[in-house]
Design a protein around this ligand. Structure first.
Ligand code: FUB
Length: 312
């Protein structure tokens, strides 16, 4: 019996040590996690909340990069990109995702567009590129990839935010994005030009923050939903990257102390992880968010179990 107790304590200790302590970044406020697995490491691309406790809107000046070999210790690579890197941009550094292709890292970002002959303003999507996952990154195009003028399903000036990029097994890349409606378009192999028409998808309860990936034979579209209440994370599944997307339910309810949440999903060293943000640090809130990560579990049929959040 003593041996059994010792062994179960050890198993618990090892399991506990391999869990991240939420929030995983505590020295600055971070939001909109976008994890990338590359060469036995996880690179985490994040937004940066700098609003004061009194502010009632976002103040997000730049994007930062962290990395980890074990999902417990996170190395801080600092600020690696800001809207200043894009001559056409101005405004906040909203959600972004970095992806690897053919020796290069492409970082898709949402930020404001200056009012000029290319755009009447509003939010837009740009792409930065680097030879390394931790930069330096520079504007890959010299203009925005998506501007407010290109999309016809206008909801408001900030509907072109929250890019997620997915490369299918056949090499075809897709960009998904949007607030108020989810849009998608094929990308050319160079990753910086659209290839075809923008599609507006019919996704139940969709608000923003899409994250698209394939696991086994299933395609997943995970997103922040739930409308006027604080956001929840909901998801759809499909048999291909162009749908039809079948609604599967809620995998995470409202998060502590933040109106928004934002998903990022990876498999790493045999485990599945779900990244999100909340306002759980002592002076945190909707504009002072912190990134967390918890285990993610799939059922036999590929559906996703509800996330069990581990606290600080
Ligand atoms: O962080 C700014 C915005 O809040 C993001 O673009 C949305 O996804 C929401 O998290």
């Amino acid at each position: 019996k003593a041996l059994f107790l010792l062994l179960s304590t050890l198993v618990f200790a090892v399991h506990f040590k391999s869990q991240a302590q939420n929030p995983i970044i505590k020295h600055i406020f971070t939001a909109d996690p976008a994890p990338l697995v590359y060469k036995n490491k996880v690179y985490l691309y994040v937004g940066h909340d700098t609003a004061t406790v009194k502010d009632t809107n976002y103040k997000m000046p730049d994007w930062h990069v962290f990395s980890s070999k074990n999902m417990v210790e996170w190395e801080d690579h600092g600020m690696q990109l800001s809207p200043k890197a894009f001559s056409w941009a101005g405004g906040d550094a909203y959600a972004a995702q970095c992806i690897y292709r053919d020796g290069k890292f492409y970082w898709y970002v949402s930020t404001g567009h200056q009012k000029n002959k290319e755009s009447k303003g509003g939010m837009a999507i740009g792409v930065a590129v680097s030879d390394s996952p931790v930069g330096p990154f520079k504007d890959a195009i010299g203009k925005a990839l998506v501007t407010n003028e290109m999309t016809t399903d206008k909801k408001h000036g900030w509907d072109d935010i929250d890019p997620t990029v997915f490369i299918d097994d056949d090499g075809q890349a897709y960009l998904f994005w949007g607030n108020g409606s989810c849009k998608s378009v094929k990308l050319k192999k160079n990753m910086i030009e659209m290839d075809g028409e923008i599609q507006v998808l019919d996704i139940k309860n969709y608000i923003e923050g899409p994250w698209v990936y394939k696991r086994k034979d299933n395609y997943y579209l995970i997103y922040a939903g739930a409308g006027t209440k604080p956001e929840m994370i909901e998801y759809c599944m499909a048999k291909g990257p162009q749908g039809p997307w079948v609604y599967k339910g809620i995998i995470q309810g409202n998060v502590p102390n933040s109106f928004t949440t934002h998903p990022g999903v990876i498999d790493f060293k045999g485990r599945s992880y779900f990244f999100y943000h909340n306002g759980s640090l002592p002076t945190g809130g909707s504009y002072r968010r912190s990134i967390c990560v918890d285990d993610m579990h799939y059922n036999e049929d590929g559906t996703i179990q509800k996330i069990v959040e581990t606290a600080i």
